[in-house]
Design a protein around this ligand. Sequence first.
Ligand code: SF4
Ligand code: SF4
Length: 201
Amino acid sequence: MQPPYSNSHDVSLCRIDKHTCGACCWGPNIKRSHLVSRLRRQRDLFRHISSAGTLPGHARLFLHEILATRGMNLLWAVLVRLPGIGKRRKKTIAQSIVCPFMGFDNDQETCVGCMIHPTRFEGHDVRSAVAFALLPGITCGDANYVCTGCTRFNDMPHDQTQVFLNAVTALDWYEYTQTVRAFACTAVVPRPEATSESNCS
Ligand code: SF4
Ligand code: SF4
């Protein structure tokens, strides 16, 4: 897992125009219907533990993680530590996990975002300390992380970036995320109808 919209490039695909990408914050094997209910529930839960502009303390964030995963993080914490199968389990979990701090960014559910992103809390960054706190080897990535898709986008000639942006105009948050994921893998500029389910693994 890596932090969205945190790279130092001129243009970030994490948030561009009305689009938001969540590819760093949920695994590639998650179905859209499951994601929708998770992101909705997590947004609503987070509203209960936070007050506007104030970052909740670590204990409240930990409670949020337990509630968001319905306690599954406690079970996973045991499974990934089991000798022999722990490593395999960790890989499976990482493919299908949703970060508890990802949520819909609005009531209309048209965009997604990290609910503890430092831009919301005057630069205070607790993401790597609290996200997946019980799961060794699964973390929110370095704050300076730049994904392959962003790098490719910034390396493209201007007319190609316009082709990309035109192609994604009509996509919603899920389709856009899938497209950025695919673009990172293949470097193929998406066509307007491209909403591939592909991933890099
Ligand atoms: S804390 Fe979670 S939602 Fe936020 S950037 Fe990290 S992985 Fe994504
Ligand atoms: S895959 Fe790239 S654009 Fe998408 S959230 Fe991650 S860093 Fe941002």
